[in-house]
Design a protein around this ligand. Structure first.
Ligand code: 13P
Length: 212
């Protein structure tokens, strides 16, 4: 269990790590964690994840009322929706990383899982990746869609935008996000070559051995 001060520092460190790994650019992306009392720390709107300041991070009640810090991310609604629907979730990561966003811009015939299960770690960390139809950033209707999808999924991809990944800790959510971006990269590297994703029985075995 981490204190609020430790979690603020962790947001700063993880933001810098994601920025330095070029998974976050400009002022795109937002991170949040849920504290033991249910309140939420979320990155401020228009802030670079590479240069967060612990005492300026926004703090909100679980219902979204402002407590302290800078103005929160315009996407705080969907962060709250994920926490509402996933009681075990303690962190949410949303970024605009290149390969995942590229997948989000493709035409998809089916939208219930838009990346193939290429590797065991993708299945273990990300799971299924449904596509959420396009909304403008900050649209509250987006949060409603995210709420619905969160009932079943810890990861999802917003069309023409980027992924949302939740986890039981900030580390877990960040590592799952990185796994997702790597799978998206593999997907484009493989391109039109014939690939052999994991079979349904292999996925069942992984889910049994490593329940999420
Ligand atoms: P914020 O700067 O308001 O967090 O928005 C950035 C973003 O990634 C929108 O999806």
């Amino acid at each position: 269990m981490s204190t609020e001060a430790e979690l603020r520092e962790k947001l700063v460190r993880m933001g810098a790590l994601l920025y330095n790994r070029q998974l976050a650019h400009g002022s795109a992306g937002n991170l949040s964690v849920r504290l033991d009392d249910g309140s939420i720390l979320v990155t401020p709107t228009n802030s670079s994840l590479g240069f967060l300041e612990a005492d300026r991070i926004s703090k909100l009640t679980p219902g979204g009322e402002f407590i302290s810090g800078d103005k929160p991310s315009k996407e705080y609604f969907f962060h709250l929706a994920v926490y509402d629907e996933r009681p075990a979730a303690r962190a949410v990561v949303h970024l605009h990383s290149t390969y995942s966003v590229a997948v989000s811009c493709l035409c998809h015939e089916q939208t219930d899982d838009v990346l193939p299960p290429l590797t065991a770690y993708h299945v273990m960390r990300v799971g299924k990746l449904p596509l959420v139809r396009y909304f403008r950033p900050g649209d509250r209707a987006l949060a409603d869609e995210v709420r619905e999808v969160s009932k079943q999924h810890r990861s999802m991809l917003l069309a023409n935008h980027g992924p949302i990944v939740s986890g039981v800790s900030l580390e877990e959510a960040v590592y799952a996000y990185e796994e997702l971006e790597e799978t998206a990269k593999l997907y484009f590297i493989i391109g039109d070559r014939k690939s052999s994703p994991l079979r349904a029985d292999e996925i069942t075995e992984l889910n049994r051995a490593f329940p999420s």
